[in-house]
Design a protein. Sequence first.
Length: 624
Amino acid sequence: MDDHDLELEKTRLISLALDFGFDEESAKKCLDRMVQLYGEDGRDFITVEHCGDDFLATLAESMQDTEEWDDLQAIESEACGTLNNLFDKDVLNSHEVDNDGNGRNYINVIDDSPEKHPNFMQLDSSSDSEDLDFGIRKEKNVKSTLSFTDWSSPVLNEGSSKTSSKSVDCRSSITQGSIPSVSHKKHCPRTSKVEHETLSYEVLQALDDFELANVVIFGNRTFRPLQHQACKAAVAKRDCFILMPTGGGKSLCYQLPATLQPGVTVVVSPLLSLIQDQIITLNLKYGIPATFLNSQQTASQAAAVLQELRKDKPSCKLLYVTPERIAGNLSFLEILKCLRRKGQLAGFVVDEAHCVSQWGHDFRPDYRGLGCLKQNFPDVPVMALTATATHSVREDIMKALRIPRALVLERSFDRPNLKYEVIGKTKEPLKQLGQLLMDRFKNQSGIVYCLSKSECAEVSKFLNEKCKIKTEYYHAGLAPRQRVAVQKKWHMGEVHIVCATIAFGMGIDKPDVRFVIHNTMSKSIESYYQESGRAGRDDHPAVCIALYQKKDFSRVVCMLRNGLKYKKESFKTAMTQAQKMQQYCELKADCRRQALLNHFGESFDQKACKYGSNPCDNCLKTSS
Ligand SMILES: Nc1ncnc2c1ncn2[C@@H]1O[C@H](COP(=O)(O)OP(=O)(O)OP(=O)(O)O)[C@@H](O)[C@H]1O
Ligand SMILES: [Mg+2]
């Protein structure tokens, strides 16, 4: 390469750095060092194609990294502690949850029942006024009592979706009372009217087993699209791949059939914090026996679970495991084989299935090995579920899990009630954020996502002190007690806004979140879809705003570099994903909803956004 070409390549590399939001001076310095390092012999490799990624990585490393990136591992270890506490103290059986700061979640169970049996559930039809969206509360005025005397006795015969005689004796109980009310449903606009009505005996009689269980056990009035089909497929022992939007109700697709079928359903979930939330909800809210196994458990805790699984008819209906429990774990495989022999292995569930694929946004190597399930248990059905998968990721998942002929139940990823917007940051971005909150989101519940721990604290302080907007901040570095306190205040409406890293939100299911603002762009479209998807889970309109400036992109690169260190390939993939997010932010006229959905391989007519009830900012511009 001659001098002229080298200068040209250097200009291209500098412009690459600028595109990624780095400043020119640092980029030039870094490039000079690199050219020196490559020497005369390496000149030919000074091109964007050859060393572009290395250049950005080195540049990211050379930046004065003043930001403290969040450590999600801390939350994971803590979730393990909480789960251990729950089972150690047998609190699930006594319906009380430790609320001394060890738990990520605040649980408040008020149980007037003299009975303390885990298989016993009381539900009420009237008092849904005092609900805790986050905590779980048993209503006081119990009208109807549904007793599930033996979870291990099947409601459904294998392979059939109907039983002649119901082994759950709830129909007769229902006639005396009415149907349970469950807190979140009163926020749902489409059904809110009927939620407060009582289902008549005739209506109940007409329901099939799945519908009845949905009403009686889960307190839902109706199924959401595809839930019914998913339940039927699971009971019919079909492999199934379920694609539904964030908050679409994927859990019910496996939890309901798991409660109706004989045996144990094994659920693989990537995070202990998610497992923790599910276990608490299942045991305390729905009264469904569920337990977990993971590598951080003490030997005696694991032994207790394994002992239960060795019984002829284990009482637990769902067993949650993290993937490393399965991949290459021969003793666990033996337990599963034993369950199978006894006819007590109902099925496998792979939740957050995008983790299987390295093309997905959250690849977990241990998920990759989950194909061993189908290999060892060809006749046990596998259900995979995700809210974020492109076409190539889907194919990759089905191949890796060895379920090529799975029934694919796919719903649009579109969240019609969410309005997507991007706002360019001004020279005073914090002031701008404060103004935005005051002008548009006064007294509304929302999240302001920040990239680092320091950003959270800084943004929250500014809003509190300079704008007089009451906020709290949240990241994994806070003491557990503080984090619980913040969550509790937010859920109770004492504080409306939390400035948080992505640590806030895992497993959170608050229905009335009216806005999610990203103070710094997300690291990928998938992450953005998940994070913004925490808005409007009650189906009411909600707004998702990304505040954007090019400079922030270099911070995302620094963070990625920091997290992935020397894993060159992953860094490269991560940067490509971040670039796509940047492109989304820089769309000038194209529909943002369409861009998001196209990313997942879904074709979407822009008109549906433009003429829909919540058009994105670009569609709104072009329609006037
Ligand atoms: N049929 C239904 N009727 C009313 N509410 C429902 C129904 N199904 C699920 N829900 C509620 O919707 C909320 C979201 O459900 P769930 O957590 O299963 O979503 P998800 O699809 O797993 O979302 P994510 O992608 O964020 O994990 C929960 O509060 C759940 O109780
Ligand atoms: Mg889920």
